[in-house]
Write a protein that binds this ligand. Structure first.
Ligand code: ABU
Length: 372
């Protein structure tokens, strides 16, 4: 039985697949390519067109991305889903703290990176890029509204990190590391971020009711995962890593739960055998995701071609898939999902795909134990 009412604001979401009723969709407004900084540089492939560039993104690309994001928001609304949008701050402003300075910020297209909804709580992540230190401000008007309108809403913020040079391994600062070396380091769990202080991005966390599955990689360190464990004492927190990814940030183009019992896994970034225990013991199937339809990401894009599997599940039988990702759509169909096609590829460069550009506010369902 759902207690959802469109007239009443309620924050509640325990997993990635129960029926979606209320969601935030990002905006491309004033999005910038930020100047060089350690954690961001480590993510940009050595042959990428992003290397050496920074500044406000061209207006025509911002307009096109906003057109697609507005269209996606309207598709969701037409299905009866309530949609809220952030209020963009001025991303051209520098970020200066007593510990660091960077000349511009990033944007507010991927709310999933910053906001982690667990039950009645929305938690603002620490973030691990200096240019994203103030990104939560884009969402504060929404958080204030939810606070005023929902007496059960818990608005939380993780401790802001200092992000001094001690947070980053200098080994990653060379431009010519090479993919082989990066893969070796990823397999050894040697990432760009150190264990100086807790760091995590919200998009490294997947919610499975009582269990949270968290990727250890460039944007989330072990102290960040330990912080989440202490912050959510009623949850079990599981650390995972995916050795086949030379640029490991964010779990949502790697491991995608579709419904209870079924997860898509990126075939280039398979979950190691020794981390599959809870899924196997409980009869969950982990299947290889279909190949992306594209050989390369669009221009000036941080993400990989695996945004093909960065889908938004609307309910356990319905999933939004990017329109050009025909192989992914075909696989979803075979897995018994109704596919909603969404045109978003021209917005990928602004911070990701359909999962990235959204953040849950309300899904039906309660906190279940899927791994008893
Ligand atoms: N934010 C999702 C990006 C992950 C990837 O580049 O594969």
């Amino acid at each position: 039985m759902s207690d959802w009412s469109p007239e009443k604001t309620q924050v509640k979401s325990w997993n990635e697949w129960d029926r979606l009723r209320h969601v935030i969709v990002g905006r491309a407004d004033d999005c910038h390519i930020p100047p060089e900084e350690p954690a961001l540089d480590a993510k940009v492939p050595e042959d990428s067109d992003m290397r050496g560039q920074w500044g406000r993104r061209p207006q025509e690309t911002i307009d096109r991305a906003n057109e697609l994001l507005d269209q996606f928001a309207n598709q969701l609304k037409a299905r009866g889903i309530r949609v809220d949008r952030p209020d963009s701050i001025d991303h051209s402003k520098p970020v200066t703290t007593p510990d660091f300075h960077t000349d511009s910020q990033f944007g507010c297209m991927p709310p999933r990176d910053v906001l982690l909804t667990v039950g009645h709580e929305i938690l603002e992540a620490t973030m691990s890029y200096r240019c994203r230190w103030f990104e939560y401000l884009n969402y504060r008007p929404l958080m204030q509204r939810y606070w005023d309108e929902d007496p059960n809403f818990r608005h939380e913020a993780a401790p802001k990190p200092r992000l001094t040079d001690a947070d980053y391994h200098p080994d990653y600062l060379s431009e010519k590391i090479g993919v082989e070396k990066r893969l070796q380091w990823a397999a050894e769990k040697f990432f760009v971020t150190t264990e100086e202080e807790p760091l995590f991005d919200a998009a490294d966390v997947l919610r499975f009711g009582r269990d949270l599955v968290v990727q250890h990689g460039f944007t989330t360190n072990l102290k960040g995962i330990e912080w989440l464990r202490r912050h959510f004492p009623d949850h079990r927190v599981h650390t995972v890593n995916f050795p086949g990814d030379p640029y490991p940030i964010h779990i949502d183009a790697t491991f995608t739960p579709l419904r209870p019992g079924l997860i898509l896994n990126n075939p280039q970034r398979r979950l190691p055998e020794d981390q599959r225990g809870i899924f196997e013991k409980n009869g969950w199937e982990i299947v290889d995701a279909a190949q992306p339809a594209h050989n390369a990401p669009p221009p000036l894009c941080y993400s990989s071609t695996w945004l093909s599997m960065n889908v938004l599940v609307l309910d356990p039988k319905t999933v939004c898939v990017e329109k050009s990702e025909v192989y992914q759509a075909e696989q979803m169909d075979k897995l018994g999902m109704e596919v909603v096609e969404v045109d978003l590829r021209d917005a990928y460069a602004f911070g990701g795909g359909l999962h990235c550009c959204t953040a849950d506010v309300y899904r039906d369902g309660d906190c279940e134990d899927y791994f008893p």
